[in-house]
Design a protein around this ligand. Sequence first.
Ligand code: S3P
Length: 428
Amino acid sequence: MRIEPATALRGDLAVPGDKSISHRALLLAALADGDSEILGFGASEDTLSTAAAVRALGAEVVVEGDRVGVGGVGLRGLREPAGPLDCGNAGTLMRLLPGLLAGQAGRFELTGDESLSRRPMERIAEPLRALGARVETTDGHGPLVVEGGRPLRPIRWELPVASAQVKSCILLAGLYADGGPTTAVEPYPSRDHTERLLETAGARVRRKPREASVWPAERLRPLRLEVPGDFSSAAPFLLAATLLPGSELRLHGVGINPTRTGFLAVLERMGARVAHFNRRVVGGEPVADLEVQAAELVATEVRPEEVPALLDELPLFALAAAGARGESVVTGAQELRVKESDRLETVKDALRPLGVRIETRHDGLRVRGVPSRPKGGGVVDAAGDHRIAMLGAVAGLVSREGVELRDAESAAVSFPDFFAMLDSLALR
Ligand code: S3P
């Protein structure tokens, strides 16, 4: 796909519902006693993998656009499916679902696509075994087998790296751990959507800045939930509007949970002009409308403790840094090497041919920025990674010569309408 340069981004936009919350809402609704309704569901390849998985496990799921109805089967009511559960590209599904399956009678096999099958899974298998579950990985990766229904005992688990997926897996299994509480402790706080949704569903949760605990539950309440717009899907637009002079963009109903908006905080520190309006609470999550105007940026340093709140936006940060005066540095981001791709290397490979001076380190990036458009003109290969596809599109838009984007379809993993929305706002 050819991405031509744009002069500005102008107009109004509402991005689809948050992917992390959509996955979790489906999983908890499947376990509830009764029927749930999820509005503003972010339908994408990833979340539809979760819908298919809970359906295969016996919960009724009806997806009608962004409205989803789920017939919950009760906390221990999921049943063994006829074949393996295909998680597609969805790490969140492959890491959260085993926590629930540990509490269900039966043998469950989870498979994924080539990229997901390369991602580390012992990080969830180990704590689940400590809880008393039987879990097997394939040399530390998927396919994964969970033999559920064994008695579980509460644990207190220290995660070596912050991970919302690992924390969530432990908390979900904790719903079945007799005696409780089950606790996950992190070096830095990661996104807390699971904790919020568990509270909404009536589970007993205790939260401290770096740890979360859950007590075993008898039952979960069905959900009537509205999902806020996905900050991670808003972020490419936020960046493009900041970098293109003359831009004026309003993003409506965006989730601004502080465990997710590190990119916004960092961009503002670099000089971005973003006004927040209509702050409100939607589905137990803080939400606002954001108005973005173009601004000149200066370089900054992203420190390890900031990384969890802008984890999925670090590729976009590299492009922001390329257009900011001075040298920007990211440290403590070694987790990027085990995402849908090795995102330290794929970000470098995407931006270097466009004229960006970027280097990788074992745990981060160094970018020497200049406040002008990157040259562009090269080829960006998303290589199966949705975040790199969206990075390539924004890079093309803000470059002088545009880019040729290979594997643009990958964006559909989290945001199927991304290119249509970008086209409708870009002035050329
Ligand atoms: C997610 C958590 C993050 C993030 C991923 C979605 C989630 O991974 O990168 O895209 O929904 O819990 P970690 O488990 O590394 O925090």
